[in-house]
Design a protein around this ligand. Sequence first.
Ligand SMILES: [Zn+2]
Length: 265
Amino acid sequence: MADESQRATDREIEAAAQIILEAEYTIALTGAGMSVESGIPPFRGPGGLWTKYGEPPMNGFEIFLSDPKKAWQQRLSRCNDELFAPLQRAKPNPGHLALAELETIGVLRFVITQNIDDLHRQAGQKALAEIHGNWKLIRCLECGSRFRPEEVSLETLPPSCPRCAGLLKSDTVSFGEPIPSDVLGVCATQASRADLVIVAGTSATVYPAAGFAIEVKQRGGVMIEVNLYESELTRVCDVSLRGGAADVLPRLARTIADGRRARMH
Ligand SMILES: [Zn+2]
């Protein structure tokens, strides 16, 4: 937890809730900070997965394509080891649940996440783009269909697409792999509609995700940042709410829900 004196005050939360209530079309961009609050270690830094297990090769996609069978064998042999254990164990935190709640009451229209951990889905988020994929899903490199593991036969490796017989790969986007165009298209459409973006748990420095948030701002929209620490966005955003997403987002959602009820009466 960051310095308690920095934690967003109720007054700041109320002001942000008011702005969100006045917006026409609110989207959110989320990142690793939200996963960390669900017990998933970050990739980089002390205790990070890559610090421990080595950074994945920058040409991971090329390696996959050069020998998909071997890549699949390696993945299946690792899927129960320590690298995947935190992902297996992780549950949505109050921040994920708050965003799903805001969707249910019609305030939040779409979430773009950089996280691969499936937690927004588990929280019940329906309108969602996972820009770096979802570690639980398998994607066809030909037709782009996504499958749950039980929908695919892994008897012959590499597995092939039940729809088009194309090559299947983990949906997680590897280094060197283009982000699937269907996902990019949806994100671009959503960003072009939005007049408010909530950026939570990310310093939004990784493109293309960051670009979608910045686009909203550049078109005259509002940017609200929820982050434990000051980030590069703090200078450009309209409202900066200091604190973890698991702390700030539920407070924000509660205040918004109360505000809506008050308006209806
Ligand atoms: Zn296919």
